[in-house]
Design a protein around this ligand. Sequence first.
Ligand SMILES: Nc1ncnc2c1ncn2[C@@H]1O[C@H](COP(=O)(O)OP(=O)(O)OP(=O)(O)O)[C@@H](O)[C@H]1O
Ligand SMILES: [Mg+2]
Length: 274
Amino acid sequence: MSPHTSTTNVSTETATKDSTPVIELRDIGMTYSSRRESNTVLKGCNLTIGRGEFVSVVGQSGGGKTTLLRIISGLLEPTEGSVEVHGRPVRDSLNELAMVFQKPVLLPWRDNLANVLLPMEFRGKVTAEMREHAHELLDMAGLKDAARRHPYELSGGMQQRVAICRALVSNPEIMLMDEPFGALDAMTRDTMNLELLRIWRETRRSVLFVTHSVSEAVFLSNRVVVVGERPGRIIADIAIDLPQPRTKAQRYTPEFYEYEQEISALIGASESIA
Ligand SMILES: Nc1ncnc2c1ncn2[C@@H]1O[C@H](COP(=O)(O)OP(=O)(O)OP(=O)(O)O)[C@@H](O)[C@H]1O
Ligand SMILES: [Mg+2]
């Protein structure tokens, strides 16, 4: 095991700068039960995420990453353990969370500004201030001219940026992202990675990001959490000690390659560990 790796939770440099945990998972277990069978997908998962951290979750397909994210978002009740957001049960903190899915899921009949404002409409009246904030977000995401256009007039990457603005409009403390760039081509994905990091730096949100790409996880994150299989549990929590802000050139450094190798090996080995 390398010096980066720990089988328990590790505090990173970022976490120690401001160690208030925004998310705390304690001994999370999840068993899906039907009349025919029961399937334990997660067991004994402990994870703490500090304010402003960018944490990625990687692991084999079917290992329980989406299940973990749905539990944190309050969409799914775990069969064991607890989730706290700022020390309160997650069901009391739903306003502090926002989710971004693999597909942008925008309403085609609304223009992009109206799509971004949707969560505010659900909460009540949209004020001039909120409208201004939505414009600022679109501006920050490089979509100044797209506000009055409709989603079908945008590229896939631009649509996903609108979805990110929609997640940010309610000023959530935490962004939960489930393979948000999985459907994009490699070049658009690289650009989106840089965009996301810029937005993260400017807004100082905590991000929990699920991806299949180890390279994406290393590039984006302060920490990478590896979920091992059967049942899914956190088998490693690795601090990514690469300088910020990240640049494309870092992807070609020996340090970056080392992290990629280490994490890929852990994912590959997770079946035999089980
Ligand atoms: N609603 C459900 N009911 C029953 N089983 C489910 C349900 N959702 C997920 N599962 C099972 O839980 C396991 C983990 O699924 P999950 O979607 O969390 O994995 P994942 O790590 O996100 O996979 P992928 O990388 O392919 O997205 C799978 O075996 C899946 O069949
Ligand atoms: Mg998934």
